[in-house]
Design a protein around this ligand. Structure first.
Ligand code: VG1
Ligand code: CO
Length: 543
């Protein structure tokens, strides 16, 4: 097999967003598009030459083609060894674990997460560093800068490798080891949680449902929940991964996981329900007749972490992304531990986790995890809940009521305006920005604005500064709203409006979420003028 140096010209749009480079499949299919980005990774991350790389993806359409290209390029760029999931598959948290367990120099994750798949859907690529986490902004910026001036890439001529059988082979001078994508990860889970307690809880007649949404987590869920914990096969829904996710959105929310919600809200529904997304890093948690807001979920896990063997001696600190509700902060205050507010995206937790300053972190978008990997981890969050349920032996509903009584309740919702024309979305941001100086002190109904700003993050570990991470308007009452532009969409712009209302009145704790938030939503819509400026009379999706 010969090494070829192929002339290429730069694409201007290879700037990674919140979580890697995400585009329509047809964009990635352009000659040189994937190759330019991958070569930029190898140009920037010099440790990969002579090192080991992990490669795998969520199995979506184009995964198989992309893996072969990346392997050929890795071999041509002097990588010593590639560890690849069987059939090119790995969930995102599993890649993170494999990088850490085998001490490799990094990994490439092929996924567009919760975005739809198939030939007309989305594809994505992301580089994770040797700590197992998404590359920092300085690295992704360097990759982008490289992609703007690239003029050639290296690849082995006519190489193809069989990915279906585990074992070791050679591609040029590079060793390729194909491994079972599930077993290392399942072992890790078993080392963290009290599997005996969960097994007993399930055997005592408790019921659960896990919706894998036709995505990669199906394989992990079978190994963990069925084979190791004894749940019946019928506990799993949509557990066979498919390249187009059964034609659906692998995004766990009330709209796309409707069957699960219907099951959980039925009379005599299961005791526990959960779902994950396309690449297995997100999770949602439900009980009979209740959906646990992801912002509450991470707070409950932190408050009960001492019941989980891996965290029984306590947690160092916690962190949440800025738009995530402050429920986690209340828990940290009570535990007397540090808490941090970071910009949206898992890459910002990495430094805090590496420095041992935090143990548990989460995002409102259904991401929760701990220092066991450097990604959010759907199955981990589900097991954390199962472990807590098994030990406390209470319903999800009662665990939530108990939590709210102790800490107060942060009612929470996100209103997404998807596929808005880019100029209109920017007009909304600009309209809010011009009011930031004058809003404080102004009253709207019962609320008075306490602060209004554009969020800037100062990383306490490496001192880096990230500006323009979202606009925040906070009220004297502790309620607030946030507006930011999504960095994962592939069509037009997506505006996210996050609303939060803090309530401590014991009689109001069990109120309907959307009713409780109605006044804050009205104020937010007035201040942002979002309906008028986008030409939309309502959000595309409310979660
Ligand atoms: C969204 C979420 C963010 C999450 C990111 C990646 O980003 O809001 O919390 O980290 O997706 O998740 P944005 O920029 O569209 O708001 V995943 O599961 O796509 O890797
Ligand atoms: Co995801």
């Amino acid at each position: 097999m010969e090494m070829k140096v192929v002339r290429t010209t730069p694409f201007k749009d290879q700037k990674p967003g919140t979580s890697g480079l995400r585009k329509k499949v047809s964009v990635f299919q352009q000659a040189g598009y994937l190759e330019n980005f991958v070569q930029s990774i190898f140009d920037v991350v010099e440790d990969l030459r002579g090192g080991t790389i992990v490669i795998g993806g969520d199995g979506r359409y184009y995964n198989d083609v992309a893996i072969q290209i990346i392997l050929s390029m890795a071999a041509a760029n002097g990588v010593k060894k590639a560890i690849v999931g069987q059939n090119g598959l790995f969930s995102t948290p599993a890649v993170s674990h494999i990088i850490r367990k085998y001490k490799t120099q990094g990994g490439i994750v092929l996924s567009a997460s919760h975005n739809p798949g198939g030939p007309k859907g989305d594809f994505g690529i992301k580089f994770n560093g040797e700590n197992g986490g998404p590359a920092s902004e300085s690295v992704t910026n360097a990759i982008f800068q490289n992609s703007l001036k690239i003029d050639d890439y290296k690849i082995l001529d006519k190489s193809k490798i069989e990915l279906g059988v585990c074992g070791t082979s050679k591609l040029g001078d590079m060793e390729v080891e194909i491994i079972d994508p599930v077993s290392d990860y399942a072992d890790l889970m078993e080392s963290l949680f009290d599997f005996n307690a969960i097994r007993d809880w399930l055997a005592s007649g408790r019921t659960m449902r896990f919706d894998a949404m036709h995505a990669i987590t199906g394989s992990y869920a079978k190994a963990v929940f069925v084979e190791r914990l004894g749940a019946p096969e019928t506990a799993l829904m949509n557990a066979t991964p498919s390249p187009d996710f059964g034609g659906a959105h692998p995004d766990p929310n009330p709209v796309y996981a409707k069957d699960l919600f219907d099951t959980m809200f039925a009379d005599n529904g299961p005791d526990f329900g959960a779902a994950s997304d396309g690449d297995g890093d997100r999770n949602i948690i439900l009980g009979r007749g209740i959906f646990v807001s992801p912002s509450d979920s991470v707070a409950v896990i932190a408050a009960n972490a001492h019941l989980v063997p891996a965290y029984k001696t306590g947690i160092a600190g916690v962190a949440r992304s800025m738009p995530t509700s402050a429920a986690l902060d209340r828990v940290a205050e009570k535990l007397g531990i540090e808490y941090f507010e970071t910009p949206t995206g898992w890459k910002f937790f990495g430094n805090l986790l590496d420095a041992g300053r935090i143990t548990i972190c989460g995002e409102e978008s259904a991401g929760t995890s701990s220092d066991h990997v450097r990604e959010k981890d759907g199955v981990w969050a589900v097991l954390a809940w199962l472990n807590i349920l098994a030990v406390r032996n209470m319903s999800v509903q009662n665990i939530m009521l108990d939590h709210w009584k102790t800490y107060g309740r942060n009612f929470y919702a996100r209103h997404d305006y998807e596929g808005v024309e880019v100029e209109k979305a920017h007009a909304v941001m600009e309209h809010i920005r011009t009011q930031l100086d004058t809003l404080p002190g102004q009253s709207f109904g019962a609320e008075t604005v306490k602060f209004a700003d554009s969020f800037t993050y100062h990383d306490p570990i490496d001192g880096s500064v990230s500006e323009n991470q979202g606009l925040r308007i906070g009220f004297e009452s502790g309620s607030r709203f946030v507006v930011r532009l999504s960095g994962t969409g592939t069509v037009g712009a997506t505006l996210r409006l996050y609303v939060e209302k803090y309530v401590t009145d014991p009689d109001r704790l069990n109120d309907d979420n959307h009713t409780a938030l109605a006044d804050i939503v009205t104020i937010a819509e007035k201040i942002t003028d979002i309906h008028n400026l986008t030409g939309r009379d309502k959000a595309s999706l409310v979660t």
